[in-house]
Design a protein around this ligand. Structure first.
Ligand code: SAH
Ligand code: SF4
Ligand code: F3S
Length: 432
């Protein structure tokens, strides 16, 4: 009896890619492939790539180099490149790395099973008229009580530094009925916590549905306990979404709202189309609706032309907001973006600014965690802890929490009193 074929997937980049990898695994599952976490055992290796910064893109080529001995030993091993580097570089990937058999862009991965069957190298980086979601198999049994649900893809914002509008295309929203059906299906499979995904999630428009309406309708799905959404743009924030944070119990007190810079001059050069003050006012409105909301952001330091004064404005903004966490990056020039035409700052400047900014964020992150000690929060158990009688899960504010609980089950949503904060997680005891 021949055993099932094996698929190894490596995912780089954002949560959208995590979601896409799951859907690709399911599409290949319908063809008889099971996933493996060892590339050595695989009949097919799929690298789901990210193009956002130079380092992310170059990783693909070093990983492909490392696959060469495997491919030499087993020439029938299929090697595929998916995701945003696939979209950006297309056939160039095969020219540079002839061991690659197929290149598939993010909007074409429903065609993956057919591509795998074809002989010779194949490239598909279309933005096809058909909706890939219509051609993908239904979601299978999932691991764990949390899931991502892509509701919107693409971006029309064209921030001066960013490749996403080119790799993911224009903004497209999925129809709301499908999303409600997919959410119900996930809940039937044990999911209690759904994060709605979009490159610009709050620009969601499914017919006359906005993101706020989608959140409110999802909140009525029995068995679905928690809703989050990411990533939002400050300019697409609607009043009702802010209001929902105050009156929709299932909408979690957590918001990722990237600002990139605190300097109006740099924000303008980045084409963000808002000022620091407008962003701060927006944050204030969220805090009025939900005082304990935990805020996170993304920052880019050393954007072309950024002065010490601009950087200080970013540091001031961070002090004013006080974040629960943040991702920060040194500017990376990306081919084809307007900012890439401008002269770059010396790398040491970016390194120093990044270090300073990250130190401030770490202080705020610790303080935010410390402030949770003594509070009662909801925790959704995701797995057993490393210690005996311990469960690990995420709090309402998305903190990892270790809970002493001998009888805890994965998928249980429990009330927990936070008793301590350590570097990257909290500890607590189960109540009741
Ligand atoms: N849609 C989201 C972010 C998508 S990319 C938004 O608008 O905020 C995720 C993060 O990567 C960005 O927020 C930005 O901080 C960072 N990033 C994007 N392009 C970059 C570049 N060229 N160099 C450095 N960081 C970049
Ligand atoms: Fe990129 Fe800007 Fe679009 Fe975010 S909003 S994906 S940073 S272009
Ligand atoms: Fe990277 Fe593409 Fe996501 S460039 S961040 S994988 S949208």
């Amino acid at each position: 009896m021949s055993s099932a074929k094996k698929l190894f997937i490596k995912t780089y980049g954002c949560q959208m890619n995590v979601y896409d990898s799951e859907r690709m695994a399911e599409a290949m599952g319908a063809e008889g492939y099971v996933t493996t976490d060892r590339p050595e055992d695989a009949d097919m290796v799929l690298l789901n790539t990210c193009h956002i910064r130079e380092k992310a893109s170059e990783k693909l080529y070093s990983d492909l180099g490392r696959l060469r001995p495997l491919k030499n030993a087993r020439p029938d091993l299929k090697i595929g490149v998916a995701g945003c580097v696939a979209q950006a570089e297309g056939a160039e990937i095969i020219r540079r790395m002839p061991l690659v058999d197929l290149v598939v862009g993010p909007q074409s991965y429903h065609r993956l099973p057919d591509m795998v069957k074809s002989k010779g190298a194949v490239v598909d980086t279309d933005f096809p008229a058909e909706d890939k979601f219509d051609h993908l198999p239904k979601r299978k049994a999932l691991r764990g009580p949390t899931a991502f649900l892509t509701v919107q893809e693409g971006c029309d914002k064209f921030c001066a530094f960013c490749v996403v509008p080119y790799t993911r295309g224009a903004e497209v929203s999925r129809p709301p009925e499908r999303l409600i059906a997919e959410a119900r299906d996930l809940v039937e499979r044990g999911v209690k916590d759904i994060t709605l995904l979009g490159q610009n999630v709050n620009a969601y428009h499914g017919g006359d549905w906005t993101l706020a309406r989608l959140v409110r309708e999802l909140a009525r799905v029995d068995g679905l306990e928690r809703i989050r959404y990411t990533t939002s743009h400050p300019n697409d924030m609607e009043d009702d979404l802010i209001a929902a944070h105050g009156d929709e119990a299932k909408l979690m007190p957590y918001l990722h709202l990237p600002v990139q810079s605190g300097s109006d001059r740099i924000l303008k050069a980045m084409n963000r189309k808002h000022t620091a003050e407008q962003y701060l006012r927006l944050i204030e409105r969220f805090r009025t609706a939900r005082p304990d909301i935990l805020l996170t952001s993304d920052f880019i330091v050393a954007f072309p032309g950024e002065t010490d004064e601009d950087h200080r404005a970013t540091m001031d903004l961070i002090r004013e907001v006080h974040y629960g966490a943040a991702y920060s990056f040194k500017y990376s020039a990306r081919p084809g973006t307007p900012a890439a035409e401008k002269p770059e700052l010396a790398p040491e400047i970016g390194d120093a600014r990044l270090q300073e900014l990250q130190a401030l964020i770490t202080t705020q992150q610790r303080a935010t965690q410390e402030a949770m000690v003594g509070r009662e929060v909801g925790v959704l158990y995701e797995k057993a802890g490393r210690l005996e009688n311990q469960m690990v899960g995420k709090s309402d504010h998305l903190h990892a929490v270790h809970v002493e609980d001998a009888a805890g089950q994965v998928g249980e949503l429990v009330r927990v009193r936070i008793t301590a904060s350590s570097t990257n997680s909290l500890s607590g005891v189960r109540l009741g």
